[in-house]
Design a protein. Sequence first.
Length: 309
Amino acid sequence: MTTLDDPILYRIIDFFELVASANTGTLRVSCATRFSDCSELVGVFLSILDDPSCHPYTERAMAEAISRHQLSKQHYFISSWTMSRDSIAMWELYSRDAGGIQIGVRKSVLEAMFDAYWKEHSFALGHNAPPDDGRVLFYPVESRSCEYVEFDEILDHLKSRYKTSYRELDAEVGNPAAFKEAFTEFAKNRVFDFQKALFLKDRAYSYESEYRFVLKGITRNNRPYEECQKDQFFVLFDTHMRPVTQSDAGENISIPFDTLSIEEIWIDGRTPPWKQEVLRALLRKYGWEAKLSAVYGSFFDRHQIKPII
């Protein structure tokens, strides 16, 4: 595998959080409810609207769908990384007091780490489990680069698609075979790939160049397993499980993380020189050699400019 296939992913975190990770051997992964982006996971909501079999067709049903979407943020735990090492926007946002540390970890290492975690807490463990057993389990981890879009434009495309399709369906009301064919075509021609829903973000955040890992948490519901097995769609929808809430899992989960897998560490370029030395000395105790990010530095400080002859 080449470095293009397996790049280093970066993340700016608080120095004390890094030390905590080193001491506990874990990485904190936050629930989507903690994210400041108020449009977080709107792609998931739009993917529901995009599916005519799930689309809410009354104002009341739509209001309920919006409410469920807001609550659904409790189900998702997201670890956000960036493909961009030196982004002044990222330093400004995530190191506001100039106390942030940027770490770099190979993508394959993170993939293996998240994969091992969900397998240890797999949704499959819910089969034959007693009601309300309290374990927080997960569906397989999903990961990829985020795609930055205009959600307003997607909604406009959805409205146009439904308007056109309604006309076509109305024309075939008296012909069941033709109506079925038209509806099948309507259901098939989606505005966007629903598999990307978790990875759509507002274009205003494109500077983040985000690569994310997503775990959806579930837990055993309060129904007897034997009763759930009788459900018509038991196998398809895991009707013995329910999505987790904050009362089940809290706002963060901790997954095993070998901090020695960190390949690069960068100190905020605004850090005063004496603090840089203190940080370097402290980080060396954990086996890391830190470098100073040049994003705030002067071009003339980095280069001794001489006549080019």
